[in-house]
Every structure is written in C-alpha cells, then in structure tokens.
Design a protein. Structure first.
Length: 143
C-alpha cells in the first residue's frame, strides 16, 4: 500500500506572476489577469495536484461551475460583453484553472483567442486599485 502525504494548495508560479489576487470563493482562488486589454478572470480550485476537471470530486465540479457562473455574471454586469469566453486549457500551465474572459468585437484580439496576441498591458497604480475594488464588489469577495 502506497502512503500519500497531503500537500497544501500552491498556486502555479506563472499564474502568480501574471495575475493579481481578488480573493477566494468557497473552492477557487479568484485572480485578475494582469492585462488591461481584456476583462479577464482566472479561477483556480484550491486543491493540490489538480490538472483536469475530472480530478475534482463531482460535488466540487458542480461548485466550480457555480463559481464560473458567478464570475460570468459579474463580468456581464460590469462590461455587457458581446461574448464570454470560458476555457480550461492547461497547455502551458498544467495546474487546473479556468479563464473567464469578456470579449467584444473592438478588443485587441477579436475574433481570435486572446493568447499570444500583441503585448499585455499591465494594470498600473490607481487603475489597478480601482479595478480590483470594482471586481471584488461585483463578485462579493472580501480580501
């Protein structure tokens, strides 16, 4: 019998470097992608060693879907986008995470995916603080 040691949740270093923390839902850490060109949230279930949706227990998959819907609703309310992109790719960052991105025909990547298009425009100073506060309020998150 193989003994397993429970490891704590740790956020992938690339996600950590590319995002700003908004707070935590019941299951997921909620992050803001540091690219002001797109309203872009990332949800990361706070459990170790997750790579695929199927790695979650069924109850946690349902909870994740509820949390994705919560992010969707907040971005709809704040941005009234033409389309919301929701994706869990994991080709570069293997840790299970879900992108929720508000898209419009006027955005820098439309109609293509946002990945690899142009250079990210980092949030800065007061804009970042205001953006985080607005999103936390819309998502009902407390830091």
């Amino acid at each position: 019998m193989k003994l397993t040691i429970d490891r704590p949740f740790a956020l992938d270093t690339r996600l950590q470097a590319d995002t700003h923390l908004l707070g935590d839902f019941a299951l997921s850490r909620v992050l803001l992608m540091n690219d002001a060109r797109f309203p872009w949230l990332i949800l990361v279930p706070r459990q170790p060693d997750l790579r695929e949706l199927g790695d979650l227990l069924a109850t946690d998959r349902h909870l994740l879907l509820d949390e994705i819907s919560r992010a969707d609703e907040a971005l709809q309310k704040l941005h009234a986008p033409h389309k919301l992109n929701i994706a869990a790719l994991g080709n570069v960052v293997e840790q299970l995470h879900v992108h929720v991105i508000a898209r419009d025909p006027q955005d820098a990547a439309w109609p293509r995916p946002v990945w690899g298009v142009g250079n990210a425009q980092a949030y800065a100073g007061e804009d970042l603080g205001e953006r985080i506060a607005t999103l936390r309020a819309a998502l009902d998150l407390h830091a």
